[in-house]
Design a protein around this ligand. Structure first.
Ligand SMILES: [Zn+2]
Length: 321
C-alpha cells in the first residue's frame, strides 16, 4: 500500500513544499500527529522532497527509491530501537559532521522525540543548536507536551492533519466492507486504520455493537450483550469506542448537524434508532461511556463494569424520554 500521494496532499506537506521552493528552509522541524505511523510515513515524504532528483518527491528516482526502502545513506532514521535514547543522540553526534554521500544534504529523522528521556533530548538539543550546514532534522511527536521547551523553541513546528478517510479506503480496498469500516473508524490516520484491518475481530465488534444499538430494549437482555462486550479488554475497548461513535453521531443528527456524522453509511439506521432517544439521554450516555473507559483504565472487573454501563444506558434512555 502506497500512501505517498495522500501524505503529499496534506496541508503540512504543501506548506513545507511552498517554503522549500522559495528557498525558505530551516534546519530543524517538529511534525506533530497523534498517530505514529502517519507521522513516520509523512517525514519520509519530506525527506524524499528534499533529496528527489526531480525536486518533487517523485518516488521513482534513485534517491526516492532508496528512501522508500529506508536504505538511503544520507537519510538516517532514529530511534534504532523502541525509544530515542542517549546512544541514538550520540550516534547522531558522530555522524552529523560526516558529509553526505549521494545527495547535497543529510537528513536525520527522529521519530517520536517525545518518547525519550530528558537526557537524550538535551543531547539532541546541543546538536540542533549549532548544526553543520546541509544537515536537516525532521522530528515527530505524538505529544508535544513531552518535548523539552528548549527544543520546541529551536524548531519549526507543524501539525500533520488527518487524511480523508475515503481516500485511505481507496488505497486499502482489498475487501470492501472491512476497508470501509476500518477507514471510517481509523479517523483519517494510517496507523489506526491499519491496526483495525489487522484486528480480525474488529468487524465482529462493529456488527455486535450495531446489533446492540438496534435491539437492546430491556434489562433482561443485558447478560446476552454483556457476554460479548466483556470477553476481553481489546473487545471492550473497541466496542466502547464504536458505541461512543454511534451515540455521538446520533446526537449530531438530533442537533441537525448531519454533516458531522462520522459513520455516514449508518445514517439510515441512525434515523430509525434516534427516535427512541432524547437529546439529554444521548448526552448522558456519551458521558457514561467516557466514564466507563476511565474505569477500565483503572482495572475494574469488566463484567461488572459492562453490566453497570449497559443498565445505565437503558435507564437514561427511559428517564430522559
Ligand atoms: Zn524522486
Amino acid at each position: 500500500m502506497d500512501f505517498s500521494k495522500l501524505l503529499q496532499d496534506n496541508n503540512a506537506y504543501t506548506d513545507f513544499k511552498n517554503n522549500y521552493m522559495r528557498g525558505n528552509i530551516g534546519q530543524a522541524y517538529l511534525f506533530t500527529c497523534p498517530d505514529r505511523l502517519t507521522a513516520s510515513e509523512f517525514v519520509l515524504e519530506i525527506a524524499k522532497l528534499l533529496l528527489c532528483e526531480n525536486s518533487c518527491g517523485c518516488g521513482v528516482c534513485a534517491n526516492c527509491k532508496k528512501i522508500n526502502a529506508k536504505t538511503h545513506p544520507d537519510v538516517l532514521i532514529y530511534p534504532k530501537d523502541k525509544a530515542f535514547m542517549v546512544d541514538d543522540a550520540g550516534d547522531i553526534y558522530n555522524k552529523v559532521q560526516i558529509k553526505p554521500m549521494l545527495a547535497n544534504i543529510k537528513v536525520f529523522i527522529i521519530n517520536q522525540i517525545d518518547n525519550s528521556t530528558e537526557q537524550a533530548q538535551n543531547k539532541i538539543l546541543k546538536i540542533i543548536e549549532e548544526p553543520p550546514e546541509n544537515v536537516i532534522f525532521l522530528m515527530t511527536a505524538t505529544n508535544q507536551n513531552k518535548v523539552l521547551p528548549t527544543i520546541l523553541s529551536r524548531v519549526s513546528k507543524q501539525e500533520i492533519g488527518k487524511i480523508n478517510t475515503e481516500d485511505i479506503q481507496k488505497i486499502i480496498s482489498d475487501d470492501g466492507e472491512i476497508a470501509k469500516i476500518a477507514s471510517i473508524c481509523g479517523d483519517g490516520y494510517l496507523g489506526k486504520t491499519l491496526s483495525i484491518i489487522n484486528d480480525s475481530e474488529f468487524v465482529d465488534d462493529y456488527k455486535n455493537m450495531l446489533n446492540m444499538l438496534k435491539n437492546m430494549k430491556k434489562s433482561e437482555q443485558i447478560p446476552q450483550f454483556n457476554a460479548y462486550f466483556s470477553k476481553n479488554k481489546q473487545i471492550f475497548e473497541n466496542s466502547l469506542m464504536l458505541l461512543g461513535d454511534f451515540y455521538r453521531d446520533m446526537l449530531m443528527i438530533k442537533l441537525g448537524c448531519a454533516k458531522l456524522v462520522k459513520h455516514t453509511n449508518l445514517i439510515g439506521d441512525y434515523n430509525t434508532i434516534v427516535t427512541e432517544y432524547s437529546n439529554m439521554a444521548l448526552v448522558n450516555i456519551i458521558r457514561d461511556l467516557n466514564e466507563a473507559k476511565q474505569k477500565m483504565d483503572s482495572n475494574v472487573n469488566l463484567i461488572t463494569l459492562t453490566d453497570n454501563m449497559l443498565l445505565k444506558i437503558l435507564e437514561v434512555k427511559f428517564l430522559c424520554k
